[in-house]
Design a protein around this ligand. Structure first.
Ligand code: BJW
Length: 235
């Protein structure tokens, strides 16, 4: 009989797999978003400097996808929002995803560690602002009026993910760590399970269609689709 906590902090790490059943492509594997390219070669500040128009076009398309009525939160996003409402302790969702499906499902305590498609970053004043339309090279920053340009507020390789201090603090004191739909190939997120293990006895559960690169570090692996397994775990 496995022993799970009945109170305390739950940290949930989510990756592209949780949004796959909502119609958004994952990054790696067949049909992945960057098929034919190594994601590490294109999702970088250097790639943006080389060809800003190409990179903007790619993110404009993905931003437009979020406006498609067929793209909406699935049962896994909804189950996590319900968990936050009903759990006696705290639930923190740390997502690597840049879509807005967790917030649309009702999750409030949420960290977008890799940024958000629906925000832009000013290259002149570094301000981050809500942005739901296409970004063009001529876009003017509403904060500083500068014409230095705006970029998607996305954390590319070589850049520091957001709110790491808060995330590490939560990992070291959580009672349960749940990782959903992430391949475990991108750091620092792939190392979170190790931080939890080194900090105490909290169970660490992975939910994925297939074992991730860090599967052996988890105390439990549940194999299957997030849309089925997350509601089953929460209920
Ligand atoms: C399902 C499912 C279903 C499908 N149900 N499951 C050597 C060693 C260690 C580190 C490094 C190293 N060399 C370089 C680094 C650092 C680098 C890194 O990790 N590189 C690796 C390639 C090795 N990392 C960075 O540069 C990061 N910054 C950094 O490290 O700063 C310094 C620092 C130091 C110390 C502390 C803190 C910081 C920044 C990383 C930024 C990542 N950005 C991206 C791109 C964003 C652009 C965009 O959106 O287009 O973020 S990369 C891409 O990968 C995206 C994702 O968030 C991220 C993770 O991908 P994810 O979510 O795991 O997706 P997939 O596709 O890989 O997997 C999907 C999974 O779902 C699969 O497993 C499926 O089986 C599963 N699945 N359907 C359940 N229905």
């Amino acid at each position: 009989m496995k022993r799970y906590p009945t109170d305390g902090l739950i940290v949930v790490l989510t990756g592209a797999g949780i949004s796959a059943e909502s119609g958004l492509a994952t990054f790696r594997g067949a049909g992945g978003l960057w098929e034919g390219h190594r994601v590490e070669d294109v999702a970088t500040p250097e790639a943006f400097a080389r060809n800003p128009a190409l990179v903007q076009r790619f993110y404009n398309l993905r931003r437009a996808q979020l406006r498609d009525p067929a793209v909406r939160p699935n049962a896994a996003h909804r189950a996590l929002a319900r968990l936050e409402r009903e759990w006696p302790g705290e639930v923190l969702v740390v997502t690597q995803n840049v879509d807005d499906l967790h917030e649309r499902a009702g999750t409030r305590n949420l960290i977008h560690m890799h940024g958000e498609l629906l925000r832009a970053l000013c290259l002149a004043c570094n301000d981050s602002m809500p942005w739901s339309e296409d970004l063009s090279p001529e876009a003017v920053c509403p904060s500083c009026g500068g014409k230095g340009g705006l970029r998607p507020d996305i954390v590319w390789f070589g850049e520091m993910p957001y709110r790491m201090d808060e995330i590490y603090d939560a990992l070291t004191r959580c009672a349960l760590f749940l990782s959903i739909g992430t391949s475990g190939q991108v750091y620092p997120a792939a190392g979170f399970v190790e931080v939890v293990r080194e900090s105490g006895e909290a169970p660490t559960i992975e939910i994925n269609l297939e074992p991730s690169a860090t599967r052996s570090r988890f105390s439990e692996h549940r194999s299957g689709a997030a849309g089925e397994l997350v509601p089953a775990l929460v209920d």
